[in-house]
Design a protein around this ligand. Structure first.
Ligand code: FAD
Length: 691
């Protein structure tokens, strides 16, 4: 049966591949996020330029488009998975599309026999993701108008499917999918199946998605008259070995994010498609305990045309640790091919290669795939067909189909793909999996965001980062889980502080970057602008709540106000609530606050909560309560309040406590207190930067 499947793959590759490629070498299979736009965009490889989705579907013979609104790659990944499943189980001709690549005025003339799916993440305060802003404003706009229909139900022809990715710890839970669904329905669209909602807050995103999609497919099959068939894995990309190239050939990408970087001509604009390779000019440890690390880094952007404003985010582009790259290559039996040069070619017109090629297996795994993330259950089901023997195949199929079994064996330990494969096969290598399955089934390695901890008024060309290193023991695992970006940063810090071969917690990184281009301690970054902003009038009072690394943007805010005060401006009251475990362990920037106090005088007050010093745990929310009277008075004077850090518990509790404070102090019912807080949020008087 395995051979049969492989035969089918080879056959489909041959059928779809171009003759030119066929003559050159061996196919390995096909790629991930076949449809992802970012690298393709940066390299001018965009598959077709039209912004007309109907035209695009017609010219590529598609009858189902899956639009995604994605910030961190998960929605994009789910969109790809729906596309693959629609094709393999129901023979739908699917394509994935980035919402920002198309116009929507012609959704009214989309033929009834086509399906439009929306996979929409909600970001921050109920906002659309960056790539979905235009679509969201269009579809929910008061005066939305379409190319032809002008009646009340212009979308009467539209058959759509909707799934949202959200987090119940945020107030506007899944508001994107809810609002879009409402808007489409109001415009006459016909939703097929339920509008699904995945909850990251409860940690059930993946299972929510899996539980939603089966009834959706059943409803879709019935509505469109589709026949379910035995799912066959069909690769979307062909991978061809380039025997005439070596990893030293100048045209081979060894991790360079795009052509400009390969050719040494990188220039702005620097953004999510094009990072700036920034020098790290200073780095140090902020904690004074042995087993936990928090890094302070200064990133120099003076050589770029990037700018930032206090309260913005910086994105750090990490690379995977060498040991994990090697384990991944080994379990696939690719260890001797790690430097083999390959080209990845889209075998169908709407697919886009998610990274530049020609490249090597090593570079793809190290720079472009999220190999450290917990593995998805659906992916294991897909890989079962390629197991090294029948018993392993049965085990994989069971893991893929039995939710509780998967939870117990894999999920609760947060195993990644490599560990899972190796565990299931008992170390036997998996040489039958087409490499493309990984490019399709794993998320693209994502940049990580950090709240900038400096003020742009104080240091416009240097960005401070405050990052706690993820290194936690998860019960059931022998070794701690290590965060990808933060351990890479830790290695960079060690290197900068004189260690020639840093190995934080035994991990090594390609610190010098592809072809040693990052020589002298550099890190790829870009800046993302945020709405987390001080009032333009510095005399307005501010209340800052930032425990742990949540203090990062607050440091920028206080720095800025101290500078304003020093230059003679009238700066209002600044109350800073900070919390950590112990004063002498993890009190971030302890000595700096005194300096700011010197500039700001009695108008600055820092209120601390140390959770592990007394018999009772004290958190910032308790301190807020103790200051109830002043907080209420400041709010009545139109103080701005800012909350940064942990979204799951802290930010939510601060919200609750604030409503209680207002209710008590003003003698109104708690429901009224809640309403006042809600209105403060709507008026931007209450701002959150939480993760
Ligand atoms: P990752 O590898 O991404 O892992 C992150 C977490 O996922 C782990 O803690 C773990 O719980 C889980 N996980 C993932 N894979 C596995 C696995 N295989 N096994 C077990 N567990 C796993 N952080 C800061 O320190 N400072 C900031 O100022 C800051 N600002 C932020 C601002 C914004 C807007 C956002 C969205 C996030 C911010 N963060 C900040 C968080 C930061 O972006 C990263 O998420 C964090 O540093 C962890 O990144 P990492 O790559 O080291 O860990």
């Amino acid at each position: 049966a395995q051979l049969d499947t492989l035969d089918i793959i080879v056959l489909s590759v041959i059928l779809l591949g171009t003759a030119a490629y066929l003559t050159k070498g061996k196919y390995w299979g096909i790629t991930k996020d076949p449809y992802a736009a970012s690298f393709a965009n940066a390299n001018g490889l965009k598959a077709g330029k039209t912004r007309n989705i109907i035209e695009k579907m017609d010219e590529s013979g598609k009858n189902c488009v899956i639009f995604y609104g994605s910030q961190t790659g998960t929605a994009e990944d789910y969109a790809s998975r729906l596309a693959k499943e629609g094709k393999s189980r129901y023979g739908l001709e699917t394509m994935v599309a980035d919402l920002e690549d198309y116009d929507y005025e012609n959704l009214d003339v989309i033929p009834e026999d086509k399906v439009v799916m929306f996979v929409l993440a909600t970001y921050g305060e109920g906002e659309p993701t960056d790539n979905a802003v235009d679509f969201y404003e269009f579809i929910t706009g008061e005066d939305v108008s379409f190319s032809e229909s002008s009646d009340d139900t212009p979308l009467g022809n539209l058959n759509y499917v909707a799934f949202g990715l959200g987090n119940n710890t945020y107030e506007h839970y899944n508001s994107m999918v809810r609002n879009v669904d409402k808007a489409l329905e109001k415009l006459g669209g016909h939703r097929i199946g339920a509008a699904g909602e995945g909850d990251d807050g409860a940690g059930t995103m993946e299972e929510d998605f899996l539980a939603w999609k089966d009834p959706m497919w059943a409803a879709l099959a019935e509505k469109m008259g589709l026949e379910e068939r035995e799912a066959v894995y069909e690769p979307i990309f062909g991978i061809v070995e380039r025997d005439n190239l070596t990893k030293d050939s100048h045209e081979v990408y060894l991790g360079e994010p795009n052509k400009m970087h390969l050719e040494g001509t990188a220039k702005g604009p620097f953004n999510a498609h094009n990072p700036y390779i920034a020098p790290i000019t200073e780095s140090r440890e902020l904690f004074s305990v042995k087993d936990r690390n928090c890094l302070h880094m200064e990133i120099d952007i003076s050589g770029s045309n990037m700018t930032y404003q206090t309260g913005d985010h910086i994105a750090i582009w990490p690379t995977n640790p060498g040991h994990e790259v090697d384990l991944f290559l080994n379990i696939l039996g690719l260890e001797n091919k790690k430097d083999t040069v390959i080209s990845v070619k889209a075998l169908e017109p709407t697919a886009k290669v998610p990274f530049p090629t020609p490249t090597t297996f090593d570079a793809i795994i190290r720079y472009h795939l999220e190999i450290g993330a917990p593995v998805s259950r659906q992916f294991l089901g897909t890989l079962a067909a390629f197991a090294p023997d029948e018993s392993v195949k049965a085990e994989m199929a069971k893991l893929g189909s039995d939710k509780d079994y998967f939870q117990d064996k894999i999920s609760k330990n947060h195993y990644n793909i490599t560990r899972t494969l190796s565990l299931v096969s008992n170390g036997k290598s998996w040489t039958n999996i087409p490499f493309s399955a990984f490019i399709e089934g794993l998320t693209k390695l994502q940049p990580r965001y950090y709240s900038i901890s400096s003020s742009s008024v104080v240091q416009p060309k240097k960005i401070s980062v405050t990052a706690v290193v993820e290194n936690q023991l998860i019960p059931g695992r022998v070794d701690p889980f290590k965060g990808v970006a933060t351990n890479y940063l830790l290695a960079l810090k060690q290197k900068q502080n004189g260690d020639p071969n840093p190995e934080p917690f035994g991990e090594t990184y390609e610190i010098m970057g592809p072809r040693n281009k990052y020589d002298g301690i550099h890190v790829p970054v870009h800046v993302r602008h945020s709405n987390f902003k001080l009032p333009s009038d510095p005399s307005k009072p501010v209340i800052l709540v930032g425990p742990g690394t949540g203090v990062a943007p607050m440091r920028g805010f206080v720095q800025e106000r101290a500078k304003q005060a020093a230059s003679g401006e009238d700066v209002g009251r600044t109350l800073l609530f900070f919390g950590c475990r112990k004063r002498n362990e993890d009190f971030l920037y302890e000595s700096e606050w005194e300096e700011y106090k010197n500039a700001l005088g009695d108008n600055f007050e820092m209120i601390t909560a140390f959770s592990r010093e007394g018999a009772k745990k004290v958190y910032v929310q308790h301190r807020l309560k103790e200051k109830a009277q002043e907080i209420n008075e400041l709010l009545l004077k139109k103080a701005y309040i800012y909350v940064c850090g942990d979204a799951a518990n802290m930010a939510r509790e601060v919200n609750t406590v604030l409503a209680q404070i207002i209710a008590e102090q003003r003698g109104v019912p708690e429901s009224k207190g809640e309403e006042i807080v809600k209105n403060m949020r709507a008026a931007n008087q209450y701002q959150e930067d939480v993760w």
